[in-house]
Design a protein around this ligand. Structure first.
Ligand SMILES: [Zn+2]
Length: 268
């Protein structure tokens, strides 16, 4: 007997990266076969955002975001932001990002990271697009920046401000992001032994604010560690979340898909 499996949306994939150059069509076919309905291909700089849009033009199930990752922040000028704005007006672009703060690796100076994050938040408000937020060991600063931004830009009933991608924080920071209206996205890293401490925060996220992602080619499921991640493996995260939250995988898939459609305004 076959039952209809609810579709899943991988809300954060870097399919434009060279890791997929040798077999991208096969990777996408495997995702569709595994029940992945849509993939959000996330830009990390101008070039990568353009490539994400190209993929979204080629494959109807793929949508793109346009943004500059904090690691790339030191190279970015105001005139790059004007280019990003033009790129982001493309009809297949559903969000600004990923943008944020990474005080763990500190590849760009913190000051540059903050500046480029600020520019992208203003751009998102201007274009009425949600933001995809990367925050690593920068929770204190990130919460302050987002609180200021949401208080200036959000009016009641407006669309949700964005998503905190690869959330791995505690109950308190989750609650603060949720209070500002953000969605929280979870990947297969919740199955790593080191992520056990995040499980209680993950359990506390309301179902209508939860999303799933791979962040591929990075952060593969525990069973594939050291290898390349891909969108088909988002199914593992749905199963992990079902276990942690003690509900069915079908329920996780249906709810996270509905949430992603709402945040990114995806067609049914
Ligand atoms: Zn990413």
């Amino acid at each position: 007997m076959s039952i209809t499996r609810p579709f899943i949306i991988d809300t954060h994939a870097h399919l434009d990266m060279s890791h997929f150059d040798s077999d991208r069509p096969e990777v996408i076919a495997r995702a569709l076969a595994a029940g992945v309905d849509n993939i959000i291909c996330v830009g990390i700089d101008l070039d990568s955002s353009r490539k994400a849009i190209e993929l979204a033009e080629t494959y109807s199930r793929i949508f793109a975001t346009a943004g500059i990752h904090p690691h790339e922040a030191s190279k970015v000028t105001k005139s790059d932001m004007a280019i990003l704005k033009e790129i982001a007006k493309h009809p297949r672009v559903v969000a600004i990002g990923e943008t944020g703060l990474d005080f763990y690796r500190n590849i760009a100076p913190r000051e540059a990271q903050s500046r480029v994050l600020g520019w992208q938040l203003e751009l998102a408000a201007e274009l009425d697009l949600p933001v995809v937020i990367h925050s690593r060991q920068a929770e204190y600063e990130m919460l302050a920046v987002l609180r200021d931004w949401t208080s200036r830009n959000r009016k009641n009933g407006e669309r949700p401000p964005g998503v905190i991608h690869c959330f791995n924080g505690d109950n308190e920071s989750a609650r603060r992001y949720l209070d500002m209206g953000f969605f929280i996205s979870i990947g297969a890293y919740i199955g790593y032994p080191a992520s056990l401490r995040a499980h209680s925060a993950i359990r506390a996220i309301p179902p209508e604010r939860l999303m799933v992602e791979t962040d591929c080619p990075f952060l593969p499921p525990q069973s594939h560690r050291g290898k390349r991640n891909e969108p088909a493996y988002v199914v593992t995260t749905v199963e992990l979340l079902a276990k942690i939250r003690e509900v069915s995988p079908e329920m996780i898939a249906a709810q996270t898909t509905e949430n992603a459609r709402r945040l990114f305004r995806l067609p049914e």
